[in-house]
Structures are given as C-alpha cells and as structure tokens.
Design a protein around this ligand. Structure first.
Ligand SMILES: CC(=O)SCCNC(=O)CCNC(=O)[C@H](O)C(C)(C)COP(=O)(O)OP(=O)(O)OC[C@H]1O[C@@H](n2cnc3c(N)ncnc32)[C@H](O)[C@@H]1OP(=O)(O)O
Length: 436
C-alpha cells in the first residue's frame, strides 16, 4: 500500500485488491471497506459477504489498482470509520485506434461521499492519477461518465456514442441479406471461454472497441448478472461462418410474461463482422412468442438497412459512451488509422499540461508520419489548434471536426477545419460496447 497525506485529516492510499493471509477467500479489510464505499457512492445495496470474494478475484484478474481517501476524524456514530470517503480505481485494456491496439489507461469507480464533495477530492485523485499514467507510458486515458459535466475539466471528451434500440419482431423479421453460415443455441458452460475469443476478434476489427474486464466472460456464461450470482434465465446463441468457425454470439433473456408486449432483452451481442451481426439478429427475430427485442447497438448499424421493413427498428436513445483523454497525442496519432490522406499542422492545448504540442501530420496511404514543431508555420499547410477535450472527441472519428470547431474546441481557417474533417473522417462510426 502506498500513501500520501492530503492535508487536514485526509489520507490517500493506493493498493491492489487482496485477501487476508488467514483466509484466502476473505477479502482484506481495506478492499472490503473500499467496495462498501463504492456501493454507497452509487446508491447500490450493501454487499452480501458471499459476493465479495468473486468480485475481488475478478478485480485481481483485471489488474485493478484501488485508491481510497480516508478521513481519520470521523465523529462518533459515523458509518464505518474505516471506509474511504472517496474511491477511485484504474486498470488497462487495449483500445482499437484504427491502425492497431493502443493500451488505454481506464478510470472507474469514482465516488466522493456527500459530506466531502466539492472540496477538490476528485480533482486531487484524477490529476495525480493521469500524471502517473502518463509517466507509466500510457498515451490515452478513458472512462465512462455518470454525468457529462464532470470530466471535461480534466481534458476528457466523449469519443463514441451508443444507441438503445427496439425492434418489432411480430410476425416474421425479414432480412434482405442472404442467410450465411449457421446459428446454434449455445451451451452456456462453454461461453466463459468462447465469448472472450470472439470478443478479441471483434476488438481487432472494430475501431473504438476496448478490451473487456473479467466479469464479461462470467456474464456471457450466465454465471454473473449485476452481481456474481448465477442467472438461470440467461440464454445464448453462437453464429458460425461458412467454415464453421464461431464469429459472433448473443446473450439474452426473456422478460417476465407480464411484460407487454412480450419482450426479449439482448444482454450482449458481439460480432466479428456485419454478416455475423445480421445473422444473430436473424436468429433473434425467429424466436417465437416474442413481440419486441431491446438491445444496445452501434450508431452506424447496418441492421435497419438490412430489414425488409426498416420501421421495425426504432432508436429509443443515443448516449455518449467511451470518453478519452490524451496523454501523448503523438503516440495516439501514430496508432490511429486514417482513411484519407493529407498534410496538416495540428496543435494541441491542454490546461493540465499533459498533452500540449504541435506537429506536422502527414498521412499517406493511411499511414501517419509526425514531425514535432515549435512555432514554425510550414508553407502551404493548413494549421489547426485543438483543445485537449476536442482532440479526445475527434480522435476515433466519432465527432466531426466541423462540430467541434463550431462549439469552440478547434480553431483554424474554414479550409483548415475542412481539411482536418476530411483527414479524421471514418467510414463507420467508432463503436465501444465495453462498459466499465
Ligand atoms: C468514471 C466514473 O467512475 S464516473 C462516476 C462519477 N461518480 C458519481 O457520479 C458518483 C456521485 N458523485 C460523486 O461522488 C462526486 O460528486 C464526484 C466524484 C462526481 C465529484 O467529486 P468532488 O470531490 O466533489 O469533485 P471536486 O470537488 O474535485 O470538483 C471539481 C470541480 O468539478 C465540479 N463538479 C464535480 N462534480 C460535479 C457534478 N456532478 N456536477 C457539476 N459539477 C461538478 C465541482 O463543482 C468543481 O468545480 P470547480 O472546480 O469549478 O469548483
């Protein structure tokens, strides 16, 4: 455990989740107190002790580091004086940046107790953590935001969006595409191994996809729901390509019969390509006694265009999904896949001083070459100045440069912003279905 004193009566500790020496199935006190504090912060029920050990094992598999801020001056009658007043966790998985996988620093489980809010505790935790992540060599940090107003001040920008959809499956769900491969109802016992294998191929094929934490495989096998408890109502199907290789899976459950119209909820659908995705929907649409299917979906979804009746597909909401934060813009640009060529001077400005720089970006045949610049202005090359938050939103191609320029995050001539827009444009919106 490493600790720093944050002044007044507050103390910060950063530690790995663990078990007691006496009982390898009993989470140690700092870990269980930290988990209790997270549930307090997110309005979740107090932990059932039997759930703690599997959660801690999964956290260890994820390589999570936990941070707790402690107030040693808790008054009499205060709830659990050993529980931190603020929590924070980090881990790392690969992000598909278009030209390869980039290890991303991930931030999660951020809570500050109501009695300690708005005193700069989050600011202290996150700025220290981002500096450490940069020092450790991470080019990019990421998170999911509970509220859109919190993380822009720390240089994070929303980089992907995800849709909630409803599909009317009364009668027959007809697809225009020819059937391909085969689909089988899956044996859940095999899903803990198979789901991560299919996800890895999806990750390698999908810009914006991010590696998944250990809990996903447990949920794919119906072993976990929101809690580490077997979910008897979970079902799964696997799609096989023409050669018989699994290339997609879906997990789902039928909502209680009282639900009108009768609804099937997709819990997770992972496909290596469009064909596998559409075939899994063909399977879902063929399940009898179901009138409606709800699911999450990419914002660029071929499904409505593949349906004979596209009005069966309804988007019920679109929300920001993955937020990014540049720690090393040059490394990010070199890992980015470009779908157009061009030359541009890109300057990044960062109030936290983690990502400032100015580069000549030359993209030829989709490959980027970067030259660091000072104040020089290479002749005939358009130049833009991009705020760190706008750079994060621009990076995966999920937000057009023109939108970010209109909202003040990018500065440059109309021609320069157009050139930036063309260079960063992507054929398919980035998609991240990993939540953390
Ligand atoms: C990645 C994740 O885990 S997302 C989950 C985030 N956590 C939650 O939503 C749980 C409930 N909320 C909380 O626990 C806390 O309110 C937190 C963690 C969001 C903020 O913690 P705090 O310690 O209060 O933040 P801190 O004092 O450092 O605030 C810094 C600034 O952000 C502002 N701010 C922080 N949270 C919010 C918010 N939810 N809405 C508006 N402004 C906010 C503060 O007003 C402050 O502004 P200032 O610098 O202009 O004074």
């Amino acid at each position: 455990m490493s600790g720093t004193n944050t002044g007044t009566a507050l103390r910060t500790e950063r530690f790995s989740p663990g078990f007691t020496d006496a009982d390898p199935k009993a989470p140690d006190e700092p870990t269980s107190n930290w988990l209790e504090a997270v549930n307090l912060g997110f309005h979740d029920a107090r932990w059932d002790p039997k759930h703690l050990a599997p959660i801690v094992q999964a956290y260890q598999a994820d390589g999570r580091m936990l941070t707790g801020v402690y107030d040693d001056a808790a008054p009499e009658h205060a709830w659990n004086p050993k529980a931190p007043v603020a929590t924070y966790a980090s881990m790392s998985h690969d992000l598909n940046a278009g030209a390869g996988l980039l290890p991303a620093h991930q931030v999660t489980s951020v809570t500050v107790r109501p009695t300690h809010r708005r005193q700069g505790i989050l600011t202290g935790m996150i700025t220290g953590d981002l500096r450490r992540a940069k020092k450790e060599g991470f080019a990019v940090a990421s998170l999911y935001a509970s509220e859109a107003v919190i993380y822009g001040r720390y240089g994070f920008g929303a980089a992907t969006s995800e849709a909630d959809i409803e599909v009317d499956v009364r009668g027959r769900l007809e697809l225009r595409t020819a059937p391909s491969g085969a689909t089988a109802v899956a044996d859940l016992a095999g899903m803990e191994k198979l789901a991560p294998e299919i996800f890895q191929r999806h990750l390698e094929a999908t810009r914006g996809a991010l590696g998944r934490q250990a809990g996903y495989a447990k949920r794919a096998a119906g072993l976990w729901g929101d809690l580490p408890e077997e979910q008897k109502e979970v079902r799964a199907a696997v799609h096989y390509d023409a050669a018989g290789t699994p290339d997609g899976y879906v997990t789902y459950r039928f909502l209680p019969w009282e639900t009108e119209p009768h609804t099937l909820k997709v819990l997770d659908l992972v496909a290596v390509d469009d064909t596998a995705r559409l075939e899994l929907w063909r399977y879902l649409g063929s399940i009898d006694l179901v009138e409606k299917i709800t699911a999450s979906a990419p914002v660029s979804d071929p499904l409505p265009w593949a349906l004979a009746d596209r009005r069966r597909y309804r988007i019920t909401g679109v929300e920001d999904a993955l937020w990014l934060r540049a720690l090393d813009p040059a490394a990010m640009l070199l890992a980015r896949g470009f779908e157009s060529d061009g030359n541009l001077v890109v300057g990044v400005t960062d109030p936290l001083g983690l990502a400032d720089g100015r580069w000549l970006l030359q993209v030829s045949s989709g490959a980027a070459v970067l030259t660091g610049l000072g104040h020089e202005e290479p002749e005939g090359i358009p130049a833009v100045e991009v705020d760190a938050t706008a750079f994060a939103s621009l990076y995966l191609g999920g937000v057009p440069a023109s939108m970010l320029a209109a909202s003040g995050g990018i500065r440059g001539s109309v021609e320069a912003v157009e050139a930036l827009g063309r260079l960063f444009d992507v054929v398919r919106a980035p998609y991240c279905s990993t939540h953390f």
